[in-house]
Design a binder for this molecule. Structure first.
Ligand code: COA
Length: 259
């Protein structure tokens, strides 16, 4: 595992990925993108991990965006190929287990986009969030023009993307860009508390929930409802569903095994 990405497994079936370039505000370069894809692949097949937390090292930033140093003199075809090859945003979204972004400090550009490709966003009250690409003569390239309007509405997304201005954590919480805002010194504990709660659930049911929710992005309502019903019915074949129902009826906590 490369030093630019730290990978840990914590109690409660929680995997943590920490982007580790604090002196560069955890900017996303090729090495980080490659390491992220590799780490996700490892966590995907690791039954000891049911939920992943993504964060950035140091006090200052979650992620301050793509590494701008890599843009200088980059050719369009090369840029396009890099983005196709190492598409961390699609990899995050398609990852079959829940991913929580734990956001502190600057969360900009590709950082904001990576957090939006996660399932849940928990932010410190000190976080500053934005899509500043317009200041470089660019637009968001990691899904910002697609995921931001879906989360906060077109007008607010356009305002953020056209002005390039950062917003506060409080505003991000108010408009639905982050799901919870907590005092900075409680961020880690609160995020891990949510992660451990998710980690105690059935991994097959979690996968079914994630796939069904994401299906809504590409399917009309009637097909989405059908997709949900198919998953719901399929879960009746699992040991975990049997265990969940038995545990409820026997008034004891359920022990989900993932079978
Ligand atoms: N890519 C590459 N390096 C970056 C970076 C990025 N996206 N964001 C920050 N850094 C580097 C800085 O170049 C600096 O490196 P140096 O010490 O070797 O000069 C270091 O991180 C610290 O950043 P600095 O700008 O000195 O800190 P600051 O507190 O004054 O400002 C930011 C912090 C995040 C507001 C500012 O760094 C910034 O605007 N970054 C770019 C954000 C951006 O446009 N992201 C979208 C990219 S598409």
């Amino acid at each position: 595992m490369s030093d630019v990405l730290l990978k840990e497994k914590l109690e409660g079936r929680v995997g943590v990925l920490t982007i580790n370039r604090p002196d560069k505000m955890n900017a996303l370069n090729g090495e980080v993108r490659c390491a992220l894809i590799g780490a996700l692949e490892e966590f995907r097949t690791d039954d000891e991990v049911r939920v992943v937390v993504l964060t950035g090292a140091g006090e200052k930033a979650f992620i301050a965006g793509a590494d701008i140093g890599e843009f200088k003199d980059a050719k369009p075809t090369q840029q396009y190929q890099n983005m196709q090859r190492g598409n961390i945003y699609s990899a995050m979204e398609a990852f079959p287990k829940p991913i929580i972004a734990m956001i502190h400090g600057f969360c900009l550009g590709g950082g904001c986009e990576l957090s939006m490709a996660c399932d849940i966003r928990i932010a410190s009250d000190q976080a500053r969030i934005g899509q500043p690409e317009i200041n470089l003569g660019l637009i968001p390239g990691g899904g910002g023009t697609q995921r931001l309007p879906r989360l906060v509405g077109e007008g607010r997304a356009m305002k953020m993307i056209y002005t390039g201005k950062m917003i506060s954590a409080e505003e991000a919480g108010r408009i639905g860009l982050v799901d919870e805002v907590v005092p900075a010194d409680e961020l880690r504990e609160r995020t891990l508390e949510i992660a451990r709660t998710i980690g105690s659930k059935s991994p097959i049911a979690l996968k079914a929930a994630k796939e069904s929710i994401l299906a809504a992005r590409r399917m009309p309502m009637d097909q989405g409802l059908q997709f949900e019903r198919a998953w719901f019915s399929l879960l009746f074949s699992t040991h975990d569903m049997d265990e969940g129902v038995s545990a409820f009826l026997e008034k004891r906590p359920a022990e989900f095994t993932g079978e």
